[in-house]
Design a protein around this ligand. Structure first.
Ligand code: GLU
Length: 310
């Protein structure tokens, strides 16, 4: 049984890029006769807001992207993360990290492609005596092996990443005690029985890290499909700051099937922009039709007359 998922972060209203990932996750699961789990990724207490959860759920329903199972929100899953951390600690893989943000920037070169910091290993081999002199922290890192993790992405093709050189020991528990995304997403997707993860290409480089965690924790990994990013006319990734393309704005001008039809057209599922609800795209859905390259949502595409009704 195929089981896909929606994993929205309630840090703002959904924008077109979020809708695009959710629509492809839904189509992939439904065309395989499968189901969708909804899991709210509200790990970060500072950025997650209850009202965004309600708006996102309402937007998904409005779009015709329904779900079969609602998993527990991540903010309620602390015990499961603590248990995973305990197991990793039992394997001798975890160590506290005392580095401040400034120290991290000074000691490591950011990775060119996405600006992530490759940890230089500053706290990796501190002795117990050295640790005793540091101010206490809850931040924990995991030691990654000198190994390259390869996998085949269902859309982007073969991928490989050298854990130590291209990622480094990563944070599994933040200084505020909250489980880090990389750990939580693995624990939760496994607990939800997710068999396929469809998400934005910005998370492609996280996948080898997560696959390694699946292996260490003895969990079965899902298949992965990383979908193109939607870009604004000036080449930036759409973000929750692009208010004009968030659903709060679009819902005022368009019926839901115009949004899904636009996305289906731009990614190659249909030949022209028509009003098409997701359920009418299920029969013809095929990953081989979906383009891999990022998609520019330029002014031509989103001409004002379309945006404001014909
Ligand atoms: N919660 C993330 C987001 O809303 C998605 C994480 C994932 O799909 O693994 O962007």
């Amino acid at each position: 049984m195929v089981r896909g998922r929606f994993a929205p972060s309630p840090s703002g209203r959904m924008h077109l890029g979020n809708v695009f990932s959710a629509m492809l996750a839904w189509l992939s699961a439904k065309s395989g006769g499968g189901e969708i789990v909804l899991r709210v990724e509200d790990l970060d207490p500072a950025r997650s807001r209850r009202e965004h959860v309600e708006a996102i759920l309402d937007d998904l329903r409005w779009l015709g992207l329904d779900w079969d199972i609602r998993a527990e929100d991540q903010s309620r899953r602390g015990a499961a993360y603590a248990e995973a951390l305990e197991r990793l600690d039992g394997m001798g893989l975890l160590y506290p990290c005392y580095c401040s943000r400034d120290q991290l920037h000074a000691a490591s070169a950011p990775h060119a492609s996405d600006g992530r910091i490759i940890y230089a290993g500053t706290c990796r081999s501190l002795t117990a005596a050295q640790r005793a002199l540091k101010p206490p922290t809850r931040c924990l890192r995991i030691r990654v092996p000198d190994e390259t993790i390869a996998f085949a992405d269902g859309l982007q093709g073969p991928q490989a990443l050298a854990l130590q050189r291209e990622w480094g020991d990563f944070i599994v528990r933040r200084a505020d005690g909250v489980a880090a995304y990389q750990l939580a997403v693995v624990v939760d997707d496994a607990a939800c029985g997710v068999t396929e993860v469809v998400r934005g290409r910005d998370l492609l480089s996280s996948t080898p890290v997560q696959l390694w965690l699946y292996r260490v924790l003895g969990l079965t990994p899902p298949a992965f499909y990383h979908v193109p990013m939607l870009l604004s006319a000036d080449g930036r990734r759409l973000s929750k700051r692009d208010r004009a393309l968030d659903l709060g704005e679009l819902r005022g001008h368009w019926p839901p099937e115009r949004v899904t039809g636009l996305l289906a057209w731009r990614c190659g599922l249909i030949d022209r922009w028509e009003d098409v609800p997701p359920r009418e795209l299920v029969a013809g859905f095929d990953w081989r039709k979906v383009r891999r390259e990022d998609i520019v949502m330029d002014g031509d595409t989103l001409a004002r007359d379309r945006l404001h009704g014909d």
